[in-house]
Design a binder for this molecule. Sequence first.
Ligand SMILES: [Zn+2]
Length: 316
Amino acid sequence: MARVLYLGGLGRSGTTLVERLLGELPSVCALGEIVHLWQRDIRDDERCGCGARFSACTFWKRVGERAFGHWGNVDVERVRSLRDVVERTRHIPRLAGAQLPPAQLADVREYAAFYTRVYSAAAAVSGAQVVVDSSKHSALAHVLRWADDLDLRVVHVVRDARGVAYSWTKTVARPETDGGDEMTRYSPGRSALLWNAHNAAFGLLARRGVPVHRIRYEQLLTDPRAALRALADYAGVPATDADLTFLGDGYADLRVGHSAAGNPMRFSVGRLPLRRDDAWVRALPSGQRRLVGAVCAPMLRAYGYPLNPAQVSQEA
Ligand SMILES: [Zn+2]
């Protein structure tokens, strides 16, 4: 049975950083955002984290052979149509129920099986005990709850909603497409609503009995070593001091990885500075800051975030 650490949370919450740090542990293989594997990699042949085209990456070639005989055997259209039927945010209330009607359960299991085949094959090819899927989407986590033969452990990555909102207003290019393509942008009001919905969905998943380990992005950057140790314990692959030597004082030394899709940070290799980024405190206009703070206040409080920005830099 494959063991997967599923990194969940709203985009720009730090899931890619968590994935990169986990990927440096010896028993862990980080796969990127598998939710995008089907179209961006199998169909469009975008770049792997190692820099090669997906079809030219030896790691993914072997995973595809083991999982499906060949990636060409995957019916990408079928994956897409199943996704429309089962994996949407609006379906979460149904997916979170105690039972599913038989027809829906069959669709959910068929869709989930595409993922579990990739996880199992990647674990076998890499020799890792745990694979990491940083797909983020709460609906997919709810789908995977119904999968056969899967040891699903969710890591819920939370970041201050105002930091997330500020990040969504900035422009980020997508280098993997070799073009002028940019990542999506959201207005602060929209990202505040998404922040509430996605984070609540992971709380719901925990109440349904799925293991969910919550980590605050700001805490990770304050003490990466402690945060990573806790994550490794949760994943069932405790980290030794020797395993953590890639973490220095305020930086991480990253090797090449094979993250299939996701944030451009998956291409970073070498020394990566690790420091808290509270730029939003100064850079997000005060009206927008107050709006996001008000919309997200109940959950910000529940996660232990100070509502007054003046206290943010003191908070650990
Ligand atoms: Zn690769």
